[in-house]
Design a protein around this ligand. Structure first.
Ligand code: COA
Ligand code: NAP
Length: 283
């Protein structure tokens, strides 16, 4: 289904968006909005079949004479693979105007059980992967005076039980974003983060929740609902649009106010969720 938008359908005509993790979930939602607004869209991930399916959906959304779609396999932990992916994007779609760094990995794990490799893996995907993507796209973004959008998470600034690895990685992502806003502003490149709240129907939420937890967690959101993929995509197209021409270095919370209520409910309810290894009782 074509995403609902109040923006002109040719807003991004002739522009190219490159979206890491764009084969599913929130990032695919972001890709759908860029495609529906006329952009060429490249999506990257590790799984060819998933990217091909997503690319078919995106092609269906493109307006007649509108953007092209490129699915390109790359693991964001591999800087050479990302460099090749962004170069192929330039050749097939034109230079990148918008880089969305959304690839991420998550699992629930108590800090005392987390292995060095478990911690490193999430840092490598979320933080190193965001750096690799930004670094690989720099020349093209400079040429186009483009923008960077990082998909962060509330764990960046609200500590949550069993999310140590994600908190460290996403805090790093937001700080990376701020540094890039300072350093690359002189090239006309803007950098911002989006912090999604809990988003319905996504893998991220599935890994961290259950129907019982959802019921209480939804009621605790100030807006009394979980977010949708479209809520996040609307924020992304805003940040990439001329309406945000003077917005750089900001962390945009798209979470229904959820970060304001802290993580106490989460820390209590998460204990009902299954873990790979059972947790040692305190009492
Ligand atoms: N609990 C504790 N540790 C875990 C874990 C879990 N549920 N899942 C993975 N790990 C640890 C592994 O044990 C391993 O550490 P070890 O070598 O010390 O045993 C380390 O993390 C890497 O695991 P591996 O499965 O080799 O990583 P991968 O690179 O194949 O996959 C993940 C990365 C683990 C993040 C995987 O879940 C993934 O691909 N996620 C992408 C999708 C996703 O997370 N979506 C939500 C986004 S918010
Ligand atoms: P998702 O569907 O699992 O999206 C993650 C994507 O990243 C997948 O398409 C995955 O594809 C890709 N990916 C993972 N590891 C990769 C790697 N090493 N290299 C390249 N691509 C990789 O999850 P989601 O819930 O929509 O999350 C999307 C983003 O939103 C993440 O940044 C997440 O932290 C953030 N977020 C989500 C929520 C939520 O409620 N869901 C809340 C806050 C923040 P492959 O596995 O095929 O590579």
């Amino acid at each position: 289904m074509t995403p609902q938008t109040l923006l002109p359908p040719n807003l991004f005509a002739g522009r190219t968006a490159f979206i890491t993790g764009g084969g599913s979930g929130i990032n695919l939602g972001v890709a759908r909005h860029f495609a529906a607004l006329g952009a060429h869209v490249a999506i990257c991930g590790r799984t060819q079949a998933r990217l091909d399916d997503a690319a078919m959906q995106l092609r269906d959304l493109a307006t007649p004479g509108g953007g092209r779609v490129l699915p390109v396999v790359a693991d964001v932990r591999d800087p050479a693979a990302l460099a090749a992916a962004v170069e192929r994007t330039r050749q097939e779609l034109g230079p990148i105007d918008v880089l969305v760094a959304g690839a991420a990995g998550n699992f629930l794990c108590p800090a005392e059980q987390l292995s060095p490799n478990g911690f490193r893996t999430v840092i490598d995907i979320d933080l190193m992967g965001s750096f690799h993507a930004a670094r690989a796209a720099f020349d093209q973004l400079r040429e186009r005076q483009g923008c960077l959008i990082f998909i962060s998470a509330p764990q960046s600034f609200v500590p949550q039980a069993w999310q140590l690895h994600v908190g460290a990685a996403k805090a790093g992502v937001d700080n990376l974003m701020r540094n890039l806003a300072v350093e690359w502003g002189r090239f006309g490149i803007r950098a911002n983060s989006i912090v999604p709240g809990p988003i319905e129907g996504t893998e991220g939420l599935r890994r961290l929740s259950s129907p019982e937890v959802d019921e209480r967690a939804r009621a605790a959101v100030p807006l009394r609902r979980y977010g949708t993929v479209d809520d996040i995509a609307q924020a992304a197209v805003f940040l990439a649009s001329p309406m945000a021409a003077y917005v750089s270095g900001t962390v945009l919370l798209v979470d229904g106010g959820n970060s304001l209520v802290g993580s106490a409910l989460w820390n209590e309810t998460v204990k009902t969720l299954p873990l790979r290894n059972p947790v040692e009782s305190q009492s």
